[in-house]
Ligand binder design. Structure first.
Ligand code: CA
Length: 668
């Protein structure tokens, strides 16, 4: 979801009053609909046969159509459904129908609506138009029953790497056979033309703990019947929420292939010690009246304006109604399904503030029951106003009302590099003063700290996080300009070496801050997107990572690798509660702009290092700082960084070179 508009609107909404506040609620009627939370919704195959159960309380009649193929063939049978309990319609066939396809159609206001695979299709054919009946046991890769993602005690131990399947493997230089597919992440020993690791080996070398894959459920925009066209899309246009996207499989017409191949991907990553986070987009659907929600239970799943039109907090044409019981259950059951069936380790919620905090709390609680290592985070904003009252929205500002949910810190993001929507705007690392306090807000993960003055925060005016586990730190993601492009646009006349220094400083701040670090795939090799701000449907020539950059920018890659190693080796960067941060982080008094100096003291969070001194110089001039005398190990200096140390220093007056970090460690 592009948040360019969304952030702006979120800010206005929080400040102002909702246009819906006093309007008559056209959705009140839905509160009276019976709901059904059974795990047999839509399809169940068991010893007694094949059972269809459709939730559609207001339908006048309902049918199941059976097919032999996934498209272009007539129905082989039509089954009339009977009205059953809690708003459902049911019909059964006394044998398993494996290999068949089906759709539903309901009679609404005297008219039969278009066919739909339903909202619970777990396997689908080409373009997801017909649901498929498959035996899921046959889709499991070898060793699946013992497959497990990495154990996560605290989300702050995680290092997130956000990737799109095509970005990661499509480039001719990737050396990967299954380009743009789930299977790309199963191929060992792939290299760029110079023999440097790509693919899954690259991830292991870099040291990230989790990949965050852009939408991988079945989305609408890419025509699965025409894969040679190589159409690119981010996938924020959901069609079937509970089946994988067909264009990432080797055969979209074979419903088992996409299921099996996505599981193979998860298994390969797990075998490499890497977890898998799914980007989920329950806040809106690709279509309005033609969505699977509308074709099964017209009206119910969406919020509306007083005139009955779709309200649109997603800026994509509609918004779903998580505050309604059947939709809330749907979201909870859907993520549980992905966690159970696909062993997914985490979920990133798009435009999370369209959902209510109660539903998000249920999501976190239910997922932890399946696997305590699962974590959840999301965008704590909307892209427009909503009938959902501000205090119920899963906003960044409301994160402390949620347990086990984290939000992206746009505070640290914009303060480090400059405003996301104004390409030329500079930030802390590119010499613009006035961002120091907001960077400090990022360093303490938006928790209360005696030396951080929230009244000077650019984006937030209060310590909204009760815990660092509620904050995801980042400086760029798939939305907006890549860090490389942002630096190019905001540093006219600079050299590439200058910009790489700025990128290093930017990510050094992110990766040493409290909270959970998140990076956009390819920034470790200084990838760009040719200056394209919103590349959601740009071709591979814009979006694909050129893996020759790993050779060209080997120094950059090595810096990122060392930075990740530093964070992983030192729990001081990964504190788990606000009290520890307030006690152990001590800021030094500095007067120059674009300079921050602080210590992490007291062997924080069980660290072997007694004290870590971090000085960030975002100006283009050297700065002199006074470091207490003692035996220091130099971890970072003048654009270089090594987790185990570059050398030693005795303290006293030290120079921090322009656009660089000085990091010193004291063992005792
Ligand atoms: Ca699709």
């Amino acid at each position: 979801m592009n948040n360019s508009i969304s952030k702006l609107l979120a800010a206005t909404i929080v400040a102002g009053s909702s246009i819906y506040a006093s309007a008559q609620n056209p959705d009140a009627k839905y509160d009276n609909w019976p709901t059904y939370d059974g795990s047999d919704l839509e399809l169940l195959v068991d010893n007694s046969g094949t059972h269809f159960t459709l939730w559609s309380p207001e339908a006048q009649a309902a049918k199941v159509l059976l097919y032999d193929t996934d498209r272009n063939t007539p129905a082989t049978d039509t089954l009339d459904m009977k009205k059953a309990n809690q708003g459902t319609w049911r019909v059964s066939v006394d044998k398993p129908l494996y290999g068949k396809f089906y759709t539903f159609t309901i009679k609404h206001d005297g008219k039969w609506l278009d066919e739909t695979p339903g909202v619970w299709a777990k396997a689908v054919g080409t373009n997801g138009k017909r649901a498929a009946i498959i035996d899921f046991a046959t889709t499991n890769p070898e060793g699946w029953s013992s497959d497990k993602g990495p154990k996560v005690d605290n989300i702050t131990d995680v290092v997130l790497y956000e990737m799109h399947h095509r970005d990661f493997s499509m480039h001719p230089n990737s050396g990967i056979a299954h380009k743009g597919k789930f299977l790309a992440l199963t191929e060992p020993a792939t290299t760029n033309p110079d023999g440097l690791a790509t693919g899954i080996d690259h991830l292991k070398e870099l040291g990230v703990t989790h990949v965050h894959i852009l939408p991988s459920y079945d989305y609408n925009s890419v025509d699965e019947a025409n894969l040679p066209a190589n159409t690119y899309n981010w996938g924020y246009d959901p069609y079937n929420y509970n089946a994988p996207e067909g264009s990432y499989s080797t055969d979209p017409a074979n419903p088992s292939a996409r299921v099996r191949e996505m599981k193979q991907m998860v298994k390969a990553l797990h075998d490499a010690g890497i977890g898998v986070v799914m980007d989920v987009v329950y806040n809106h659907t690709a279509n309005n009246d033609d969505s699977n929600f509308s074709l099964t239970a017209p009206g119910y799943y969406y919020r509306h304006r007083a005139d009955g039109s779709y309200s649109d907090a997603s800026a994509c044409g509609n918004e779903t109604a998580s505050d309604r019981k059947q939709m809330s259950d749907y979201i909870v059951n859907s993520v549980k399904y992905w966690a159970d069936e696909y062993h997914i380790d985490g979920f990133r919620f798009d435009l999370m503030a369209i959902h209510d905090t109660e539903t998000m709390n249920r999501v976190a609680t239910e997922l932890k029951k399946i696997n305590p290592s699962i974590f959840v985070y999301g965008e704590g904003w909307t892209a427009g106003d909503s009938p959902l009252p501000v205090e119920r929205r899963a906003l960044k500002e409301n994160v402390s009302k949620m347990q086990g949910i984290a939000v992206f810190s746009d505070d640290i993001r914009d303060a480090i590099k400059g405003h996301y929507s104004n390409a030329e705007d500079r930030g802390f690392v590119t010499g613009k003063p006035g961002n120091e306090e907001t960077v400090k807000i990022g360093i303490v993960a938006s928790t209360a700290h005696p030396q951080v003055d929230y009244s000077k925060g650019n984006n937030s005016k209060f310590a909204y996080a009760e815990s660092p586990e509620m904050i995801i730190n980042y400086v760029s993601c798939h939305d907006d300009l890549t860090l490389t492009d942002k630096l190019a646009k905001s540093m006219p006349g600079s050299t590439e070496a200058d910009r790489q220094r700025a990128a290093r400083l930017a990510q050094t701040i992110v990766f040493t801050s409290q909270g959970t670090p998140f990076m956009f795939a390819g920034e470790e090799v200084f990838r760009d997107k040719k200056g394209v701000h919103n590349s959601f449907k740009s071709p591979d020539s814009v979006n694909a990572i050129d893996w020759e950059l790993k050779t060209k920018n080997a120094g950059q890659f090595n810096y990122y690798k060392e930075l990740i190693a530093l964070r992983k080796a030192h729990p001081a960067f990964r504190m788990t509660n606000a009290a520890d941060i307030a006690k152990n982080i001590v800021f030094d008094k500095v007067t120059e702009p674009n300079l921050i100096s602080y210590s992490i003291k007291n062997n924080a969070n069980g660290d072997e290092w007694k004290e870590i001194k971090l000085v960030f110089n975002g100006s283009d001039e050297p700065r002199e700082v006074k470091i207490p005398k003692g035996d220091w190990t130099v971890i970072a200096r003048d654009g270089d960084l090594k987790a185990t140390g570059l050398g030693t220093a005795k303290g006293g007056k030290m120079t921090v070179e322009p656009t660089s970090a000085l990091i010193l460690a004291k063992v005792k």
